[in-house]
Write a protein that binds this ligand. Structure first.
Ligand code: PLP
Length: 396
């Protein structure tokens, strides 16, 4: 028998705010009713604000981030097309794998897990590509496995400086709605995300922002696609409908999430994620443990991947946290299994929750044999949070 409630500090699915959960508790409704657009049309408009696009189109596919990856590729590229991608973590590696399976000719740049998108190498390869053979450049904005955020604006500059016309694809699964992302300013052609992270919903929506240039590419792209066909989706979306049964409960939840993001203010949401992440990082530094991210400019404000000492198995830390403290942290993925545990700090989160995460992590680390001083990480984070300006003056 477990008492109290459990703690979810994984980098998605994230905690669902109670009003969002309640908003989804509605009867089923007719997705062909005359007034269905009253629910859906506003979602397209408000999702555009979160993506910071006026020119782009938003699409919601029933599915997850992985489905949205596939939709982006199959709608805009053809088998045999050359694309440029980097592998620097589990998710960027899986996207490479998918691109290969879908028949693309992938130029892969491998960099250490913990590094960001290799912009200089991308720039060199784009500069060499005088024939514009590379049709698309893919970037994982936030590599959730390593806690590394890459510089999308720098990739845009690399494309522009080389007068290169490739499409820019961005995986924003663990960044959109939490980190600074600017679809129009960075001229992103396809931004892909899911419902279960910054948008604080259950998994179930694969969300895309699609530029005019990407739509143009979709008219001649020859990859086989059926369920994820942009054209079918856009035709039906014009009046707020969908080409197949949409997850209406998720739309009600999304309505509430987008309202909450607007009420807090997107800028404040991004600032809050930074403030919370910084407290977690100060805690980790006080434990004298290191992050997987190679450099402070790469630190992710949504997830921290923390290395444990070589003689400790990080899986023990995860097991103890779950069994003894009713708490989930993120596991080390792929080659980081056993070496790393992750603290997800995104979505519906506050200072107190981060302090709880650090406090429980300290106890789990201690029991797993890591020689840390209990309270040291919590104290360092408290010292940070206590001196930060309250970003929510209306609650004072
Ligand atoms: N990309 C990134 C950066 C992710 O973190 C994830 C999932 O955690 C995915 C893609 C895959 O998304 P999904 O699990 O929603 O299919």
């Amino acid at each position: 028998m477990r008492t109290g409630h459990s703690h979810l500090f994984i980098p998605g699915p994230t905690n669902i705010p109670e009003p969002v959960r309640q908003a989804m508790n509605v009867p089923m409704q007719d997705m062909r009713a005359a007034d269905f657009g009253d629910l859906t049309l506003g979602l397209f408009a408000d999702m555009k604000s979160v993506l910071r696009t006026e020119k782009g189109r938003v699409m919601f596919f029933p599915g997850s981030g992985t489905g949205a990856w596939e939709a982006a590729i199959t709608n805009t590229l053809s088998p045999g097309d050359k694309v440029l991608m980097a592998r620097h973590g589990q998710f960027s590696s899986l996207w490479v794998e998918m691109a290969k399976r879908l028949g693309l000719d992938v130029v892969v740049v491998d960099v250490p897990w913990g590094a960001g998108t290799p912009v200089k190498e991308f720039s060199r390869l784009l500069g060499q590509d005088r024939e514009d053979a590379i049709k698309a450049v893919f970037v994982t904005h936030n590599e959730t496995a390593t806690g590394v955020t890459s510089d999308i604006a720098a990739v845009r500059r690399a494309l522009d400086e080389n007068f290169h016309d490739a499409l820019l694809f961005v995986d924003g699964v663990s960044s959109v709605g939490s980190l600074d992302f600017r679809m129009d300013e960075w001229e992103v052609d396809l931004i892909v995300t899911g419902s279960q992270k910054g948008l604080m919903l259950p998994a179930g929506l694969g969300i895309l922002g699609v530029s005019e240039k990407a739509l143009e590419a979709s008219r001649s792209a020859r990859s086989r696609r059926a369920y994820f066909e942009f054209d079918d989706m856009l035709k039906m979306n014009a009046d707020g409908y969908f080409p197949y049964t949409p997850p209406t409960q998720l739309f009600h939840g999304l309505r509430k999430s987008l309202d909450r993001i607007r009420a807090e203010g997107l800028e404040q949401v991004i600032a809050r994620h930074h403030r919370l992440a910084e407290g977690v990082r100060r805690g980790v530094a006080a434990w004298e443990l290191s992050l997987v991210a190679e450099h402070h400019t790469l630190y992710s404000d949504t997830v921290s991947a923390i290395r444990v000492p070589a003689d400790v198995d990080a899986r023990d830390v995860l097991r103890i946290a779950y069994a003894d403290f009713n708490t989930s942290f993120g596991s080390g993925l792929g080659p980081l299994a056993g070496k790393v545990f992750r603290i997800g700090h995104l979505g519906d989160l506050n200072d107190g929750m981060c302090l709880a995460a650090l406090s429980i992590a300290e106890m789990a680390l201690y029991r797993a044999g890591v020689p840390i001083r209990l309270g040291s990480g919590v104290g360092a984070a408290q010292a940070w949070y206590a001196t930060q300006a309250d970003l929510r003056p209306m609650l004072r």
